[in-house]
Design a protein around this ligand. Structure first.
Ligand code: GRF
Length: 198
């Protein structure tokens, strides 16, 4: 089962998905990595001998043109599933039209709490005692798609955003590959805004 992974940062979460895909008995293989900027994730993908697509919004006249070009580039890779592992752009309507229902994202908070690009800092600032990570299907909203799995992470009194985010990432690096494995092998049923892995 071909999978494309999209990333924007260090690529540690992407690497966890690549590692599972590389296992001899893996039910899926990563056929390409898409990045929206020059980042360590791209370097890791090159080291793994994977095709890397760099699709920068600033290279296009507007978001619609970027959305269309990104969609065409991922269609070329012909994935069954797309995994956003720290991809920091909102996917556009053309991309969602083509891959909607088959895009899995990992968010470092217990949605619907603390969506968006600062979920860890927002949870810390709010003073919650537990937070965690959410794996969900991507829809047209910001971290609003049907939830597939969640895992909690305790907030420690002396946590900084960095220490808390790293502990959350440790959990993400286990949960996201597990969920990808499950959805590619068992599939997903959705009922309105709810989703369940078969
Ligand atoms: C992860 O916490 C992910 O949930 C968030 O960005 C982070 C990516 O981490 N969207 P890394 O760049 O793979 O280390």
């Amino acid at each position: 089962m071909p999978v494309v992974v999209m990333a924007s940062g260090t690529g540690s979460l992407m690497a966890a998905v690549l590692d599972l895909a590389a296992a001899d008995d893996s039910p899926f293989r990563v056929v390409g990595v898409v990045v929206d900027r020059d980042c360590a994730a791209a370097d890791r993908a090159v080291e793994a001998d994977l095709p890397v697509v760099l699709s920068e919004l600033r290279d296009y006249p507007d978001r619609a043109a970027w959305d269309a070009a990104l969609t065409a580039a991922v269609v070329e890779l012909a994935p069954e599933w797309v995994v956003t592992a720290g991809f920091m752009k909102i996917l556009g309507p053309a991309f969602l039209e083509r891959f909607g229902g088959h895009i899995v994202n990992s968010h470092p908070a217990l949605l619907p709490a603390f969506p968006g690009a600062h979920g860890v800092a927002d949870a810390l600032a709010y003073g919650v005692k537990i937070t965690g990570t959410t794996v969900h299907l991507v829809d047209s909203g910001v971290d609003t798609g049907p939830i597939l799995a969640q895992r909690i992470v305790e907030v420690l009194p002396d946590d900084s955003e960095e220490t808390l985010h790293e502990r959350i990432k440790e959990v993400e690096r286990v949960l996201l590959p597990e969920v990808v494995h499950a959805v590619v092998t068992r599939g997903v049923v959705t009922d309105g805004r709810k989703a369940h892995i078969k």
